[in-house]
Design a protein around this ligand. Structure first.
Ligand SMILES: [Zn+2]
Length: 474
């Protein structure tokens, strides 16, 4: 299948998405936190996507986008004055939303920057991402949050929502000022010390109570630190074989259980980051059955890899929580299909080469995820027949936008809705290569993997932010 081609009906190839130009805010907010404001005009030129299949269903149709919203859908639409993109038979989805990325800015810039991370996100089909707070310095004040948010708006590729730290400096001792984070320019709506767990149960209780009153979401990295001292791999056969100290399932599950109970008794909404074990799935199932307002994410790597892949001299497979066993992977997969686990989030975590080109034990934990996640979800769920493209739209766009209270994303593909869109070529074989990815760090565990589905086009408020050039990229 040929790659998409961009051109006005009269010929001539317009430029792609620019940086810099200001963009419009989304629609009305369903939650108490206001949508970020003071932004501006949508893409100036209308856009027509020709021959797409929304959610991979029904006949091929055309979609016209104007003023940053979908203005017309049908077997043929007005192409007047528009940039027309041929996307024959490709799957049209709402733009993807990632609740968990590490953009490493502010920071040293040797693993990722907001610019490089957003380019990776646009290539991955994302229109909005949540940037975790373990930056340097930590995102624990409205000023740092605003700087991250503004830098994202300047880049103009993907909406960046900074996650605020739960504790000052991610130190685990003193809560940040949730309200000033929420009321600042970046309108922080999610709080997390991700990378670390809020271990002190009394502090976590206070955080849950306070965030609940302010309508903010607490996202917990579940790791009972006393059980993972010196641990680098899942506590199982592979770790034993390689002589590595094990990271037991109970270290995750104990915190999932504790925090679900705190959430039950003290209100608020709790989100479990990177669920990795079959036991966590059982706890989530129990908590949801009790009506506890807990949600959870699973990563593409926990859904597709296990600790059978670990090698002593390869740091690329080190991640936190660690890759588990096949039974855990299968439980997560089933839980995502039945809704016990709500969403896929990448935990995109670039590292400088020196931090990954070493032994497994010495490597820093984390993996790239933004440019491979859609292809992995396609391979694990759609290609296997476990689920369809509606499911992909739900777990990678609609549900994450709902959880985060993001009104302009994860919306239905319908007239009048914001034109935040991703188009996927379901039959465009490609091979993953860390070096070819936009991130500064190259640390993908999927190096050399072959995939069938590929993001062909990403649109943010009517502007093309990524277009696959098959001549150049294949
Ligand atoms: Zn984490």
């Amino acid at each position: 299948m040929p790659g998409p081609s961009v051109g006005r009906p009269s010929g001539g190839r317009p430029g792609l998405a620019g940086g810099g130009e200001a963009v419009t805010a989304g629609t009305t907010a369903p939650r108490p936190i206001a949508e970020v404001g003071e932004l501006s005009a949508p893409a100036a030129t209308p856009l027509v996507l020709r021959g797409v299949r929304p959610y991979g269903e029904g006949p091929r149709i055309d979609v016209r986008v104007e003023g940053g919203v979908i203005s017309e859908l049908g077997l043929s639409v007005d192409e007047g004055g528009a940039d027309v993109v041929e996307l024959p038979g490709m799957v049209l989805l709402p733009g993807l939303v990632d609740l968990h990325v590490h953009l490493r800015e502010p920071g040293p810039g040797d693993a990722e920057t907001i610019d490089s991370g957003l380019l990776a996100a646009a290539r991955g089909g994302f229109s909005a991402v949540f940037a975790m707070a373990n930056t340097k310095p930590a995102t624990d004040t409205p000023e740092v949050a605003e700087a991250v948010w503004r830098r994202g708006q300047e880049a103009g590729l993907v909406d960046v929502h900074p996650v605020g730290a739960i504790t000052k400096g991610l130190g685990g001792e003193e809560l940040t000022d949730f309200q000033t984070l929420r009321d600042g320019a970046a309108k922080v709506r999610m709080l997390s010390d991700d990378g670390r767990c809020v271990g002190d149960p009394a502090l976590m209780r206070a955080a849950v109570e306070r965030a609940g009153k302010l309508g903010m979401l607490i996202a917990q990295h579940c790791e009972e630190a006393r059980l993972t001292v010196g641990a680098s791999a899942h506590e199982g056969e592979a770790a034993a074989r390689l002589g590595l100290k094990g990271w037991p399932r109970a270290a995750e599950e104990a915190i999932v259980a504790r925090d679900a109970l705190l959430n039950r008794d003290y209100g608020g909404r709790l989100h479990i980051c990177h669920a990795s074990t079959a036991g966590t799935v059982e706890l989530l199932r129990w908590a949801k059955a009790q009506g506890i307002p807990v949600t959870a994410e699973a990563t593409p790597h926990h859904l597709s890899l296990t600790d059978a892949r670990l090698e002593p001299d390869n740091g690329l497979f080190r991640v936190n929580p660690p890759l588990r066993e096949e039974s855990d992977r299968l439980a997560l997969r089933e839980a995502l299909v039945d809704g016990t686990v709500d969403v896929v989030a990448t935990d995109h975590a670039p590292h400088a080469a020196r931090d990954k080109c070493c032994s497994f034990d010495a490597a820093r934990p984390g993996m790239l995820g933004l440019e491979t996640s859609l292809a992995i979800v396609h391979r694990e769920f759609v290609a296997t027949g476990l689920a369809d493209w509606r499911f992909v739209a739900r777990v990678m766009s609609e549900r994450p936008a709902e959880i985060a209270g993001l009104p302009g994303h994860g919306r239905p593909i319908a007239v009048g809705e914001p034109a935040n869109l991703a188009v996927v070529d379901p039959d465009s074989p490609w091979v993953a290569s860390g070096e070819a990815m936009a991130s500064i760090g190259d640390n993908t565990p999927f190096e050399g993997e072959r995939y069938q589905a590929r993001v062909a086009l990403t649109v943010l408020r009517g502007r093309v932010t990524h277009r696959l050039d098959t001549d150049k990229d294949s």
